[in-house]
Design a protein around this ligand. Structure first.
Ligand SMILES: *Cc1c(COP(=O)(O)O)cnc(C)c1O
Length: 360
């Protein structure tokens, strides 16, 4: 088996155990005589699969019963529109601009109402999470929107804004299930699956029930939370196979000890890499220390040719997809839940060797 350590930001590495289970169940899912790809989404079998996935996610994130869990299509991007289409009742929302994904969510929301950008770290290249002062929040906003982990820039919130009675909405695409969150602090959480859960295309939405209401009749049926909530994510044919894989990932995470155990491992993984960056004479992290992501670690040498050489030689050594996002440059190691600690250790070993060989 020639598996590489895949540091891709997304779609990203999946647990080998999950892929092996999927392989063993590919032709005949648990005696059904067919693949999950081939079965009716109205069958008892599939009902068991999607219900188990939801139950396991509820257990992992300790999701209270007054929240609905939805498996939707269209990735995280569709949520940039669904959130304002469904939640902007008074026509106003607060957003924090901490990176490209926030910016995209902001411009999409502007199509539906007034967006107040309460804080932004754009002028500093999104290298930190801005300090948030509740005095600057709109009291009459329909919701307050944040991106908990900024995939491209490698920052994350270490404390949540105090929004009072205004529901907090979070794009958790790149750090859901990587650290413990108190779901009751949020009105709505959404996440594309392809970073920490499964194949691209699915988005998980966790929404407090009182936010599920009738919407303007011109909102497309497929874009109404109420429709999906009333139909338990089976309004139309869902992305059946992708949800099944997410379910296997949830089972894997439960076996590992749940999110708090995963968080410990993630902190350990991130520390190995950050400690090295802090002591290296060649490689440097690019964001403010207090706001460092546990999932996406951008770094540079300060020399574009050296960066390119590093990326190339790393790939030759089975450490792939380390090129930084085109808007940041340099390198980025995405070390999601499924990246084993051995992968991070191997990366740091390789960086040490590279530094020793290329020291000027
Ligand atoms: C990847 C990502 C998205 C976009 O996800 P798609 O599934 O491609 O729509 C949105 N937000 C964040 C934070 C992401 O990391």
């Amino acid at each position: 088996m020639n598996r590489v350590y895949n540091f891709s930001a997304g779609p990203s590495t999946l647990p080998v155990e999950v892929l092996e289970t999927a392989r063993s169940e590919m032709l005949n899912w648990r005696g059904s005589g067919m693949s999950v790809m081939e079965m009716s989404h109205r069958s008892k079998w599939y009902d068991d699969i999607i219900k188990k996935a939801e139950a396991d996610l509820r257990e992992l994130m300790n999701i209270p019963s007054n929240y609905k869990v939805l498996f939707l299509q269209g990735g995280a991007w569709t949520q940039f529109a669904m959130v304002p289409m469904n939640l902007m009742k008074k026509g106003k929302a607060d957003y924090v601009n901490t990176g490209s994904w926030s910016k995209k969510a902001i411009s999409e929301a502007r199509k539906y109402g007034k967006v107040n950008v309460v804080a932004s770290s754009e002028s500093a290249g999104f290298t930190y999470i801005p300090e948030l002062n509740p005095d600057t929040f709109s009291r009459d906003a329909d919701y307050f929107y944040i991106t908990t982990n900024n995939t491209i820039y490698g920052t994350r919130y270490t404390k949540l804004p105090e929004t009072g009675s205004v529901p907090l909405v979070a794009d958790m695409s790149s750090n859901i299930l990587s650290e413990v969150y108190d779901v009751t602090k949020f009105g709505l959480i959404f996440a594309g699956a392809q970073k920490n859960m499964g194949p691209a295309g699915v988005a998980v939405v966790i929404i407090r029930e009182d936010l599920i209401t009738d919407v303007q009749p011109e909102v497309p049926t497929m874009l109404q939370y109420k429709v999906h909530a009333e139909n338990s994510s089976l309004f139309n044919t869902p992305p059946c196979y992708s949800i099944y894989i997410c379910g296997l990932v949830f089972e894997w995470l439960k076996k590992l000890g749940g999110v708090s155990e995963m968080q410990k491992i993630n902190e350990e993984k991130a520390a190995i890499l950050y400690d090295f960056l802090d002591n290296s004479k060649m490689f440097k992290g690019t964001v403010r220390k207090e706001d460092r992501s546990l999932m996406n670690v951008p770094f540079v040498t300060g020399n574009k040719e050296l960066d390119a050489q590093f990326i190339k030689e790393a790939a030759e050594n089975g450490l792939v997809n380390l090129k930084g996002h085109r808007s940041v440059g340099g390198m980025r190691a995405s070390i999601y839940n499924a990246m084993p600690i051995e992968g991070v250790k191997k990366l740091v070993e390789f960086m040490k060797e590279f530094e020793a060989k290329n020291r000027v």
